[in-house]
Design a protein. Structure first.
Length: 243
């Protein structure tokens, strides 16, 4: 009970200082606790800043800090491993009233969360382009392509990759159109790329265990299959094939 009260007070400046917080002389130490509370909030804020740099760039330091503080009070860490702390941040931003006019911001945060998840995903050895090309043509209709655990797909009504590049990579001004992004990890660092039309449905079909022909049928007539397969192969996203 005391530990729970202590943890709650750390993230709530309105909470009463927990009983038992004393200085070396045995006296109540509210100022020391306040310093510790500020350090905890600052540390968690730093984690979110490192995790969502494009979001921070888009809203500015002060706004981001205020939003991060509101978030961490509602979503305190549930464990000691901080590498993926903030997974709920995109959903939180969607309901954060001061950011309501920035409709694209939650999806930019989703992209940044996908990049984090991809970075920390398990390793898998990709099939080479030569190995894929050597698969007999008659096997392809029922072939199940297995995709890397690092692959992520983010669909958005906003140009989230263009916004992300403009915020962090000095990219050109985004054109206001929907973008679907695939996160691939060909080496050590994940790389976001635009998916061609039909790509998201095709990838979703493969991830659901559909055979190649069925996944292709679900992608619609407008799919550029050659461009999509080239993207997946270059991104080392195809890690197995079976029937």
């Amino acid at each position: 009970m005391m530990q729970s009260a202590f943890a709650q007070a750390l993230l709530d400046p309105e909470a009463t200082i927990p009983a038992g917080v004393i200085d070396p002389m045995g006296r109540p130490a509210p100022k020391r606790f306040a310093v510790y509370r500020n350090n905890v909030a600052s540390g968690l804020g730093n984690v979110l800043e490192a995790a969502f740099p494009a979001v921070k760039s888009l809203v500015g330091d002060d706004f981001f800090r205020a939003m991060a503080l509101a978030f961490l009070r509602q979503h305190p860490p549930q464990g000691r491993i901080m590498m993926l702390y903030g997974a709920e941040f995109p959903s939180f931003i969607k309901g954060f009233a001061p950011a309501a006019s920035l409709g694209y911001l939650p999806d930019v945060a989703r992209l940044e969360q996908a990049l984090r998840e991809s970075y920390h995903s398990a390793d898998a050895t990709a099939l080479s382009a030569a190995a894929i090309a050597a698969i007999p043509q008659q096997r392809w209709p029922d072939l199940r392509l297995h995709l890397s655990p690092a692959l992520r797909v983010i669909r958005s009504d906003w140009p989230i990759l263009s916004i992300w590049r403009a915020a962090l990579k000095s990219g050109p001004a985004p054109q206001m159109r929907a973008e679907t992004v695939v996160v691939l990890r060909p080496e050590f660092d994940p790389e976001p790329q635009l998916l061609p039309p039909g790509g998201a449905a095709f990838v979703a079909g493969l991830q659901a265990g559909l055979g190649f022909q069925d996944a292709l049928a679900g992608a619609g007539d407008g799919i550029d299959l050659a461009a999509l397969l080239s993207l997946l192969i270059q991104g080392q996203a195809i890690v197995g094939a079976s029937e």
